[in-house]
Design a protein. Structure first.
Length: 160
């Protein structure tokens, strides 16, 4: 490759496989997140949304002690922050052990979800930090997430 300022340049590497491609895509995403869009005039650059103001659905996986009242405690905290539950999956029973509780929420403001999770994660019955995954809402994707949640619970219960 030749450049006006640098002359001839040689690049060496793995080529266009999955990892180099992912690296390039991730680099573009990071530049965009930093609002580094030098190819656009300043007035056309995309303003970034405060993550707390994003309104999305969420996949939440709690690792909790298996005892009565736990689900009620979690649901109460979510409800206090105006976070509505779309579905709940809890399979298996572990006396004196932990179980996964998987929830899909309806659309909620991320700041509210994060505040609720701080409170939930501080409960004595919650034994690990809650896993949160943002979910793009489409009917097919929602079905896929519920199906995936069931598979993940089955894996958990099988000891994987």
């Amino acid at each position: 490759m030749k450049g006006d300022a640098v002359g001839g340049v040689t690049f060496q590497g793995k080529g266009a496989g999955p990892l180099p491609t992912a690296s390039g895509v991730l680099s573009d995403i990071i530049d965009t997140v930093k609002n580094a869009q030098p190819w656009l005039p300043e007035e056309k650059q995309i303003p970034l949304l405060n993550p707390d103001d994003m309104v999305l659905s969420y996949y939440l996986r709690f690792t909790v002690v298996d005892k009565p009242g736990v689900l009620s405690s979690i649901a109460g905290i979510l409800g206090k922050r105006r976070i509505s539950i779309e579905s709940v999956v809890q399979k298996g029973r572990r006396v004196r052990g932990t179980v996964p509780v998987i929830m899909m929420t309806h659309e909620a403001r991320e700041g509210d979800v994060r505040e609720a999770l701080k409170e939930i994660d501080s409960l004595p019955v919650v034994k690990k930090k809650t896993l949160l995954i943002r979910v793009e809402n489409t009917p097919t994707f929602s079905f896929s997430c519920s199906h995936t949640a069931n598979k993940m619970v089955n894996l958990w219960n099988s000891g994987v």
